[in-house]
Design a protein around this ligand. Structure first.
Ligand code: NAD
Length: 471
């Protein structure tokens, strides 16, 4: 199996309908017409500046003290490290890494570690800010953090990757810990890498410390139900929409961009409920069938061959079915009801937003829609369930992993699903109703809810108003 296909299928190993409703999938209206339209001003591609624009848009609805808002413009701490690694050929390479603790007022910082050649400080700060908002929007007791190393892990041997991962932990160990900052996997980091990191940290502090990191293999303290948590969390959001908008699953046409961990699981769960998954794609392109695909067959084929092929399987016998080959761009612009970007950031931009036909978009990927595209979608009346809410199932089950590690008591998978369902449904409805009440889009509402919660935590130790004799 190729490295890419191995990565894509690595986690494939990560739900009640209102079936009596008569309505066809309603042409979804946004929770509002969007009084808080986001300006289209450019930030010259600086990801952190772009992230702060979400803060500015949501702040008026969050009703937080101006000094707290000012505090939220800055990361609490930023650590840059260099990691010397002895390579297999005897040479020494120095890698650069970062760990940003954005805010830890609501609890220890939480956020993944990314291995990618394009990692840079602006990106890590933006991702850490998003994590603070994501943890707040689902109301789990964590702040936000993120880390990254500038590296293409595919160029390293496994032994080199282990030395790099352990070296990074040696550098950042004084700044992380179960009560301080709890990393996790992100792009190109795996459960095995988390196991190395947990092991290294445990050696440094001289005690077994599984709660220092989440996303570990089950055998060393990972949680059941983490694999499909992101897809499942989005699925629970979609079920709430279904109930509110009286969708009949078998007349909802769904397109899924990205058929990795997040995309496969959400497609599988929706297919089980009768939704029509008419298009899926991976990095090599997509497939479309107006008759809808048998999703378990697509997953089986992808697991076996690493390829996305339009097949129908009975047992081990898989036969190709009729379908059109499409590009990823074409997938985004298909005439479907529900679009699930589940691959990369910046997929829906000002170039294609006008051509998006789906009435509802649920963002499983992080940052698939640019701020410029957001404004266009709002004008068109597209309902967007934003990433910080829709893909928060992953960090929620990471929180469960941390809780179980600390308690030393492990839950059954059904327990994980039940608790995840409870949190996702409750928080989805809070955001949805906030959007309706204020006549704003769901993204602005999600940020406002998150900022309100972060603000309350800051407020509890007093602002200027308090110290000057006010409340
Ligand atoms: P993954 O690596 O398992 O899968 C990514 C999929 O996207 C693969 O099928 C890949 O082929 C496909 N892809 C890559 N480039 C593409 C392109 N140009 N067009 C279409 N498809 C392309 O990753 P994942 O864990 O499923 O993550 C997907 C997204 O979800 C990312 O944005 C990630 O940050 C976000 N996310 C994931 C989790 C999680 O727990 N897995 C949690 C929160 C957010």
């Amino acid at each position: 199996m190729s490295k890419e296909s191995a990565r894509e299928t690595k986690a494939a190993s990560e739900v009640d309908a209102v079936k009596d409703s008569a309505a066809t999938p309603e042409t979804a209206k946004p929770a509002s017409s969007g009084a808080a339209a986001i300006s289209g001003t450019s930030t010259n591609g600086d990801m952190f500046e772009d992230a702060l624009r979400r803060l500015d848009t949501a702040a008026p609805y969050a009703k937080i003290d101006p000094e707290i808002l000012e505090t939220m413009r800055f990361a609490k701490s930023i650590l840059q490290v260099s990691i010397p690694v002895r390579m297999d050929d005897g040479s020494l390479r120095i890698f650069q890494g970062y760990r940003v603790r954005y805010d830890d007022t609501r609890g220890p910082a939480k956020g993944g570690i990314r291995y990618h050649p394009d990692v840079n400080l602006s990106e890590v700060k933006a991702l850490a800010f998003w994590m603070a908002c994501k943890c707040a929007v689902v109301n789990i007791p964590f702040g936000g953090g993120k880390g990254g190393i500038i590296v293409d892990p595919h160029e390293l041997s496994r032994a080199e990757l282990e030395r790099l991962s352990r070296g990074f932990i040696q550098r950042i160990a004084p700044f992380i810990g179960p009560d301080v900052d709890v990393p996790a996997p992100d792009v190109y980091t795996t459960p095995t890498i988390m196991a190395w990191m947990m092991d290294e940290y445990s050696n440094i502090v001289r005690k077994r410390t599984p709660a220092v990191i989440t996303g570990k293999p089950i055998a060393v303290g990972g949680s059941l139900g983490r694999d499909d948590a992101t897809g499942r969390g989005a699925y629970y959001c979609i079920k709430e929409l279904q109930a509110r908008r009286r969708w009949r699953p078998n007349s909802v046409r769904v397109a899924v961009q990205g058929f990795g961990n997040a995309g496969q699981h959400v497609a599988r769960l929706l297919h089980n409920d009768g939704y029509r998954i008419v298009a899926v794609s991976d990095s090599r392109g997509g497939i479309y069938s107006r008759h809808a695909f048998d999703v378990p067959s697509l997953i089986k084929e992808k697991m076996n061959s690493g390829r996305l092929r339009p097949v129908y399987c009975e047992g081990d016998n898989c036969e190709e079915v009729e379908a059109d080959r499409i590009t990823n761009q074409q997938l985004l612009e298909l005439d479907v009801d529900l679009l699930l970007p589940s691959a990369l950031e910046n997929q829906i931009t000002r170039e294609n937003a006008d051509r998006i036909k789906a009435a509802t978009i649920v963002e499983l990927a992080n940052g698939p829609t640019t701020t410029e595209a957001d404004a266009i979608l709002q004008k068109k009346g597209t309902l967007v369930v934003p990433d910080i809410l829709a893909n928060a199932g992953g960090v929620t089950v990471s929180y469960f992993e941390w809780v179980q590690n600390r308690a030393g008591l492990y839950w059954k998978e059904e327990e994980v699903h039940k608790r995840l369902h409870e949190i996702m449904s409750r928080e989805f409805n809070i955001v949805y109703e906030f959007a309706e009440q204020h006549d704003i889009d769901m993204r602005t509402a999600a940020y406002a809810v998150a900022l309100g919660r972060i603000g309350s935590a800051h407020q509890s130790t007093g602002t200027q108003e308090y110290f000057m004799g006010g409340r």
